[in-house]
Design a binder for this molecule. Structure first.
Ligand code: C5P
Length: 218
């Protein structure tokens, strides 16, 4: 099988991670969670103690941290300076700070370049994020934009995190706003992306639909 890059973008709670991981496993492809990269970098920034609103200092930490991420769809490892941060990057501190860190242009430049290298090395890969179809892999074989109603997204996320639905809804709304209004590479639908509303769809249905689309495209 030759090169095949699938770009999956969309807001938090749209089902991106579960769908992307399953699709990759089914295709025998690699999987890249770009959100985990922004989260791991945010963990390093928080640990360094620099002021989050100071873009220069944030960029400096980003340039110095040794960030590594695996691309195995069965379970990937993320390390920052050799420390495993898989658990920490899902916690409230990182979730609260990640959109601010991800808005720093130098951070995006660095991570986008890293993501392109990982995609190139993998050849066959499903990549999920916010700007994959629009910026990271504009030549992807298939671009998908997943959406779901705000209520459905908040319910999914709060079930995953065992958190309160109202608090989760507020956090999602806050991050969506930051992610879609930032100046550099905001969350956006690539003009050639297939839009799938997953509010009423199960994960298996979404994955099956994406496999159909891939087959149609040869
Ligand atoms: O996908 P996830 O919710 O883990 O992403 C965490 C945050 O990382 C997003 O809210 C966004 O601020 C940032 N992000 C981004 N670009 C990507 C992936 C994630 O800015 N490609």
């Amino acid at each position: 099988a030759g090169r095949c890059v699938v770009a999956v973008d969309g807001p938090s709670g749209s089902g991106k991670s579960t769908v992307s991981r399953r699709l990759a496993a089914g295709l025998g492809a690699r999987y890249l969670d770009t959100g985990a990269m922004y989260r791991a970098l945010t963990w390093a920034v928080l640990r360094s103690g620099v002021d989050l609103t100071d873009a220069g200092s944030v960029a400096k930490v980003a340039g110095e941290v040794d960030l590594r991420i695996g691309t195995d769809p069965q379970g990937y490892a993320v390390t920052a300076d050799g420390v495993h941060v898989e658990k920490e990057i899902r916690g409230p501190e990182v979730t609260g700070a990640v959109s601010a860190v991800a808005a720093v242009p130098a951070v995006r430049e660095l991570l986008v370049a890293r993501q392109r290298q990982l995609i190139e090395a993998a050849g066959r890969i499903v990549v999920e994020g916010r700007d994959i179809g629009s910026v990271v892999a504009p030549d992807a074989d298939l671009k998908v934009y997943l959406t779901a109603s705000e209520t459905a997204r908040a319910q999914r996320r709060s079930a995953e995190d065992a958190a309160d639905v109202a608090a989760t809804a507020a956090d999602l709304a806050r991050r969506d706003k930051l992610d879609s209004t930032r100046k550099v590479n905001p969350l956006q639908q690539a003009p050639d992306a297939v839009v799938l509303d997953t509010t009423e769809l199960g994960i298996d249905e979404v994955v099956a639909r994406l496999r159909e689309l891939l087959t149609e495209r040869g």
